[in-house]
Design a binder for this molecule. Structure first.
Ligand code: AMP
Ligand code: GLY
Length: 418
């Protein structure tokens, strides 16, 4: 098969790494890809948001299957457009991607289907939102309705913070149109978990759970990031918890999407809070997590590609995936300054001396090639990923590899998985 992966970060490098190893894959393209991906397949200089050019490329190059990494092209209808031209793709249609593209849509679906989630109100008017917030207990969680590149959520510790967050989103439009509407919700406490299910419209197949480290600093300090590390499996995911998440959260969501005429296909990533009252849904994402994808694919014993195709084809019902018993952990190396401002272009040395294996791999998240040199080209730059007999072993192997990378301008958290 001729495969096109859309995206160019660590998640897409991991997807390409697994897909390139599939006996079904004859030719792998990635748009736009990155220097790590270029060692596995052919990178084509088309941005992940350029739906017209991606569709043209897929037609001209007789692509059999497209795998979409990031959320924006899904919300913007890439899968719909490809389908109009008879091209199969992994990922939801635009109307099904509303589960991530509109927090209000997701919350209303939860209400209708009794899916456990934080109590909430929706607003399209700043004054009404501020008046209501003044009557509530703090902390309050203020969320831009639309996609805001992971920045649209504020945990307001005081009423003044809530008023400021509402003003920033609705009046100053800090997140553009994404903040035209807000969801304001109850603050939940507990442990967070990223839970994944492959979905084919009707059937959901549990696809593992991971823990993601969002704050930038050791000990969960400092501002939130896209994720500074992750590990899988989750020691908290018992069979009972998985059953509860599937029956109380994932399966009713599938029914709700069918009833709305927008059956969901692709991967459903439930951001959960494990509260004293059981698991509650914080958010849905309609794509793999980044860096969670990196640890999931390394732990997968089965071939990833047939699983993605089965989700498209509607045949997950009799499908099974197998996992290694071992744990996998990834450490994100980022440019000094991230998630604030940072410089691009510092040189990363030592990567080519690492060799490559199926159980230790450095995924590229934000790099650029300059001849033979690899330069940092983003905030999150490398994902140093290792499999080990235990979580401790995986952690030791990942940090041993980090220590071999010569990049003075980079940093990582030192406590992933501890
Ligand atoms: P979201 O993009 O909705 O997942 O929110 C980003 C992060 O904000 C989550 O990973 C949580 O850490 C936090 N968060 C979101 N909603 C809540 C909530 N209702 N209570 C506590 N923390 C939350
Ligand atoms: N790691 C969090 C996310 O992908 O949204």
């Amino acid at each position: 098969m001729r495969i096109l992966v859309v995206g160019g970060g660590g998640r897409e490098h991991a997807l390409c790494w697994a897909i390139a190893a599939s006996p079904l894959c004859e030719k792998l393209y990635c748009a736009p890809g990155n220097p790590g991906i270029a060692q596995l397949g052919e990178c084509v200089p088309i941005g992940a948001g350029d739906i017209g050019a991606l569709t043209d490329f897929a037609r001209t190059n007789e692509i059999d299957f497209v795998v979409v990494g990031p959320e924006q092209p899904l919300v913007d209808g890439l899968v719909d457009r490809l389908a109009e031209h008879g091209i199969k793709a992994f990922g939801p249609t635009a109307s099904a991607a509303r589960l991530e593209g509109s927090k209000g849509f997701m919350k209303d679906l939860c209400t209708e289907y009794n899916i456990p989630t934080a109590a909430y109100h929706r607003f399209d008017d700043a004054t009404a939102a501020k008046d209501w917030a003044a009557t509530q207990n703090v902390p309050l969680v203020v969320k831009a309705d639309g996609l805001a590149a992971g920045k649209g959520v504020t945990i307001a510790q005081s009423h003044a913070d809530a008023v400021a967050a509402i003003g920033e989103a609705m009046s100053e439009r800090a997140f553009g149109d994404a903040g035209g509407e807000l969801v304001i919700e109850e603050f939940l406490t507990g442990q967070e978990m990223s839970f994944f299910a492959l979905v084919d419209g009707e059937t959901a197949l549990p696809f593992g759970a991971a823990h993601d480290y969002k704050p930038v600093g050791d000990g969960h300090t400092g501002p939130n990031t896209g994720g500074m590390g992750a590990y899988t499996p989750s020691p908290r995911l018992t069979d009972e918890l998985q059953h509860e998440v599937m029956t109380a959260i994932i399966e009713p969501t599938l029914r709700g999407m069918q009833a709305r005429g927008a059956p969901f296909r692709g991967v459903l990533y439930a951001g959960l809070m494990l509260t004293a009252d059981g698991p509650k849904l914080l958010e849905y994402n309609v794509r793999f997590g980044d860096p969670e994808c990196q640890v999931l694919v390394m732990r997968m014993k089965s071939d990833l590609l047939p699983a993605l195709i089965a989700a498209h084809d509607g045949v997950l019902k009799n499908f099974a995936v197998r996992w290694y018993d071992e744990a996998v952990l990834t450490v994100v190396m980022a440019t000094e300054g991230y998630p604030g401002s940072y410089d691009k272009g510092s040189e990363i040395r030592g990567l080519d001396q690492l060799g490559s294996s199926n159980d230790i791999f450095v995924f590229h998240a934000g790099t650029k090639a300059d001849g033979d040199r690899i330069l940092a080209n983003g905030g999150r730059v490398l994902n140093v990923t290792a499999l080990g007999a235990s979580l401790d072993d995986a952690r030791r192997r990942a940090y041993d590899t980090v220590a071999q990378i010569d990049w003075p301008e980079g940093f990582c958290r030192s406590d992933i998985g501890s």
